[in-house]
Ligand binder design. Structure first.
Ligand SMILES: [Zn+2]
Length: 1061
């Protein structure tokens, strides 16, 4: 008997419950003074002239060398002279004095901090500046997010949250129209697609591979149409422009108090008079720049990091520059015309040029700024921050869902906002990237932790409320009627649930949890945020070895106790009495719902049926065990060499792939960074010193391994060295192998920085081709580039590089895959990660991932510190997971069942079931099972290829609801198909006041979104590998939205705001 309340749907329930009172603007609201903003407010260039768009801007990092608050308030000037509050104060005053001046602002996290501190009079003035187009938001996310190591779920969230603040406050004039990613270290295709779906007309950025940039400038192809997604077609296309001089002003024209260029001195009697020189220089520069671009418009970025603290310095010199350059038109017939502009106005002028543009279909990774500087180190830098961020996303989604379902209204979102905003900050290109200073990294962890705390209060209250919910109780009563004896047997109570806390254990990653290891009995609430029913293996740190686990019906379920490896017990800073993990399967977890399990002391040990030791030292080996030890009882098996203690193969049914697994390290290059060849490996840059990766094993004793077999899972615990170990797990009915690695403290007493990799070597011949995900969404094909001096290695690839390891690394935010023939039989091998890591296939058959790095030198790109992370007085220890998947592939078309399985498992990792722990009061000891419940949020009525991407309380009486089709075309014969959903039916429980579709960022009704159109130089439809008709625009331009027939094509995300009664 279970207490399934499957009579309600997620939406049905929360729409009944929620009562949001606070009414704020909806997309395209009527806020701010009526004025002319946006494209209508753009300056007009002069036909027949070179029109130079000056963009006054500041680049304000949401943390880097200083913390977010230190940057905002302007403290710690000895580290960096930067105070964002002064920038905004000063710019606003300059703009008010002159309606011709324009300025752009990007980072909503800072803008909002400032806005909250302004008097009404200033706010009124700022609204005027925004409504007349003088102050324009570009980008507009909470931060300027990184594009390599971020997950799409979090970038969508952080852009949406920034937009929300701008939309609530400024209405349509506050809606950003272009992406402005001027500092991130390379650019992802998924981000281009995301920006396009958010309604942006264009994107500008600065950093791309230096050879690519010079080629593009030479061929006037630095401005292009980027095809963001082969699945989504035209609606994902985005006009993209590469800036000419990074995001800096022309040399000699930096007029900030942080610069030392000469101001424009226009006193003709002064010996320092320099107007003629300055104007000559400027015109020459402009003409030269225009030779590299396709139209008679060019853009100049007049500003740098944290500039405009004294905006007048910049503006008064720009005023003079504009005046004296334009005067030449009269006096000398000059054809150069300069004016204040914005990126969107520049974009408009390009669009009006009405010419054809080149296109681009892959991404801008890896980014190299010189032959030896591949910015591929940051794909792995600070692995524990990268993990904490993913955990943050997991919990934020759980928190939002429970907020909606648990009726935590009226809309007092303060608690939710803390984590929303912390996650926005974490996406910043110096946060999740690991390229910030150590102290700043600690501050990010503090901000994120605070978010967890606040959301912890939300989730605890929500679960408590759901347990007391009439629907739950009604069902409970019904059950009693139907089957009164059994309900009495399990001690069912109809009274309210005792008030207990539902707390999260953020240190489960190092097998530490106060409640589970320190109290008994306790209850575990397993909440499943996914939109499908799920079986999940729960692992709980415990201090004993004999337990009884009961499910919501009160039935005892199978459980196993596995010892925690001593490498985990010894992790510095771990304060825990847990020596074992209690493992059990939470089966059939309801979609967007939870099940509760109680754990009490038992009297028989939930042991493992067999345990034994393998020792790498031949003298200590246990004899008579045969050649290979097999782990796993089901379809998946792992063969471990009985002598080596190492993985030898993985089997799926009758397909066996040889898999040799090694932990190795590259020695980081040491250098003074004075010339390219002396570049050191650092937080940004990965540069091995040229030698092969070195194996990590203790030379004296080899691998020590222990095997534990049990009811639920078979494991081998392998110790490679004093600072590297892992657990390989095969669960009885999972279709993958889990590798749980521990690395650190990385030794540096030899004076050598180390970059630790996990390398899997298979017998699959992948022919120099591998695949990595783009922000966790689509997969991109990568072709290994040959070493400059070893062109024959892969002779068909003409593209060769002098850093053949670093230059072949790509961001892996979710998975990396190889495929190809294996003894004549095609196979696929993939590794999924629990956080972003750099990865590659350096030799055929191989997949490698960089899991941790500790370096002793700065790489010279500004952070000014070596990436030498320490905690508790020693080098940082990191623990993480790889999931290995493999399977057959069709011989004729490169399709494998593994592709769909990868997506499902990746989703289960990203939005993993969340464990809440509760002490059970002693007084309820005998009848606790009466309170263990099951709650079903979502009827399993969603098609298997759709899921709820976002469910959160929104403005007014509404919720924000995003649905995603999460398969690519041709990935799976069934799941890749388009699907039609009846939204009305899903919402059958209520009469929604309205259901309206918005752009992806939820700041514009989709029907109002009309993006600029661009013509391509080549309109070759057949080049689209996914075979999608690119001219098809299923959503865009379809104004009539029928909620009973909502079509989702492969990779479609559709966003709705639903008004509730
Ligand atoms: Zn930056």
């Amino acid at each position: 008997m279970t207490l399934v309340t499957n009579t309600t749907s997620l939406l049905g329930l929360f729409l009944l419950l929620i009562g949001l009172e606070h009414v704020i603007a909806f997309p395209a609201g009527h806020h701010g003074a009526k004025g002319v903003c946006g494209y209508e407010s753009c300056p007009k260039g002069k036909p027949g002239m070179l029109n130079v768009h000056l963009i006054a801007h500041t680049h304000d990092d949401v943390g880097w060398l200083k913390t977010v608050d230190q940057y905002y308030f302007g403290s710690q000037t000895d580290i960096q002279n930067a105070g964002v509050q002064y920038i905004l104060d000063s710019v606003v005053q300059s703009l008010l004095h002159d309606p011709n001046k324009k300025f752009i602002y990007v980072e909503t996290a800072f803008f909002w901090k400032w806005w909250m501190r302004q008097h009404d009079s200033v706010r009124h003035q700022v609204k005027t500046l925004i409504s007349n187009g003088q102050l324009e938001f570009v980008g507009g996310g909470w931060s300027m997010n990184d594009e390599a190591v971020t997950n799409y779920m979090s970038t969508i969230d952080q852009m949406t949250w920034g937009f929300r603040k701008l939309n609530d406050t400024f209405g349509e004039c506050g809606r950003p129209k272009v992406g402005w990613q001027i500092d991130p270290f390379g650019h992802s295709r998924d981000m281009a697609s995301t920006f396009a779906l958010m309604g942006f007309d264009g994107l500008f950025f600065a950093r791309l591979d230096y050879t690519d940039k010079s080629h593009r400038l030479d061929t006037k192809s630095a401005e292009m149409v980027w095809k963001g997604s082969p699945n989504l077609g035209k609606k994902s296309w985005l006009f993209t422009g590469v800036l000419y001089n990074h995001y800096m002003p022309p040399p000699g024209f930096c007029f900030d108090l942080l610069c030392d260029d000469e101001p424009i001195m226009d006193d003709k009697h002064s010996p320092d008079y320099n107007v003629d020189d300055k104007v000559n220089q400027f015109i020459a520069y402009a003409v030269n720049q225009s030779n590299h671009y396709a139209t008679d418009n060019i853009v100049m970025t007049m500003g740098e990091d944290f500039q405009y603290q004294d905006a007048n310095m910049w503006f008064s010199n720009l005023d003079k520059l504009i005046r004296y350059v334009n005067e030449r038109q009269e006096t000398e017939g000059s054809k150069v015309n300069v004016f204040y502009s914005t990126p969107s106005c520049y974009l408009k002028s390009l669009n009006e040029a009405n010419i054809t543009w080149p296109d681009k279909s892959d991404d801008f990774f890896p980014y190299a700024s010189d032959p030896h500087s591949y910015w591929t180190g940051y794909f792995s830098s600070r692995p524990t921050i990268k993990y904490f961020e993913r955990l943050g996303n997991n919990f934020l989604q759980v928190c939002k869902q429970l907020y909606v379902m648990g009726e935590i209204g009226p809309e007092d979102q303060v608690d939710l906002d803390t984590l929303r905003e912390a996650m926005g900050v974490m996406q910043h290109h110096d946060a999740i990237t690991g390229t910030e200073r150590q102290k700043v990294a600690q501050d990010y962890a503090r901000i994120l932790y605070k978010g967890f705390e606040e959301c912890g209060a939300v989730t605890s209250a929500a679960i408590q409320k759901l347990m007391n919910h009439p629907i739950m109780k009604k069902h409970q009563d019904t059950s009693t009627e139907e089957d009164s004896t059994s309900s009495e047997e399990i001690g069912m109570k109809t009274a309210d649930v005792p008030t207990v806390n539902f707390t999260s254990c953020l240190l489960l990653n190092i097998s530490q949890c106060d409640v589970s290891e320190g109290s008994e009995p306790f209850m575990v609430t397993v909440y499943n945020p996914l939109s499908k029913m799920l079986n999940h293996t729960v692992r709980i740190p415990v201090s004993g070895s004999a337990y009884v686990v009961k499910d919501p019906s009160g039935a005892e379920i199978g459980a196993q106790v596995v010892p925690i490896p001593k490498e985990i017990l010894n992790i510095p800073g771990r304060v825990s009495s847990a020596i074992n993990e209690l493992v059990f399967d939470a089966e059939l977890l309801p979609a967007a719902g939870f099940k509760q399990y109680t754990v009490t002391q038992g009297n028989k040990i939930n042991g493992y049926s067999e345990t034994f030791e393998i020792h790498g030292n031949p003298k200590k080996q246990r004899a008579g065990r045969g050649e290979v030890i097999t782990l796993g009882k089901g379809n998946f098996k792992v063969g471990i060499g009985a002598k080596s203690g190492l993985m030898e193969w993985i089997e799926r049914g009758n397909l066996r792939v040889d898999v040799k697994q090694e932990m190795l390290y590259y020695e980081g290059m040491d250098g003074d960074n004075l010339i390219f060849a002396n570049r050191a490996s650092g937080a940004y840059i990965f540069r091995p010193n040229g030698t092969e990766a070195k194996p990590i094993t203790s030379s004296t004793r080899g691998i020590i391994a222990k095997v534990h077999r049990g009811e639920v899972v078979d494991e081998i615990h392998q110790q490679f060295s004093d600072w590297t170990s892992q657990v390989v797990r095969v669960h009885k009915d999972k279709n993958y192998v889990e590798v749980n690695w521990v690395v650190g403290p990385i030794p540096i007493s030899d004076g050598i920085g180390k970059e630790v990799i996990m390398r899997y070597t298979t017998n699959i011949q992948n022919g120099g081709v591998f695949f990595t995900d783009s922000n966790g969404r689509e997969m991109l094909e990568r072709k290994r580039r040959a070493s400059f001096d070893d062109k024959t290695a892969i002779d068909e690839m003409e593209d060769s590089i002098v850093e053949p390891i670093a230059g072949n690394y790509y961001p892996v935010t979710s998975r990396i895959r190889i495929r190809g023939p294996m003894d004549g039989r095609p196979a696929v091998f993939s590794v999924l990660t629990d956080r972003a890591q750099g990865g590659s296939s350096i030799k055929d058959g191989q997949v490698e991932l960089m899991v941790h790095r500790r370096l002793l030198h700065d790489d010279g790109f500004g952070v000014g510190e070596a990436l030498n992370e320490k905690a508790y007085g020693t080098g940082l220890v990191a623990r993480g997971r790889h999931i290995i998947m493999l399977g057959p592939m069709a011989a004729d078309v490169p399709v494998s069942p593994v592709y769909a399985e990868e997506r499902q498992v990746a989703q289960e990792m990203l939005l993993a079931p969340w464990l809440f722990f509760s002490k059970i009061p002693k007084s309820y000891g005998g009848s606790i099972y009466g309170y263990a419940r099951e709650f079903v949020g979502l009827r399993s009525s969603l098609p298997p290829n759709l899921h709820v991407l976002t469910l959160e309380p929104w403005t007014g009486k509404s919720v924000l609801f995003r649905l995603e089709h999460f398969y690519e075309k041709d990935e799976d014969s069934e799941l890749s198909k388009p699907v039609t959903l009846n939204l009305k039916e899903l919402l059958a429980f209520i009469e929604p006041r309205f259901i309206r579709e918005t752009t992806l960022g939820a700041n514009q009704w989709l029907e109002n979104s009309k993006r600029m159109t661009w013509s391509l130089e080549s309109n070759n439809i057949t080049e689209n590998s996914a075979g999608i008709e690119e001219s098809a625009e299923p959503n865009e331009g379809t104004l009539d939205f029928d909620p009973t027939q909502v079509v989702f094509g492969p990779m479609d995300i559709r966003t709705f705001i639903i008004g509730i009664p």
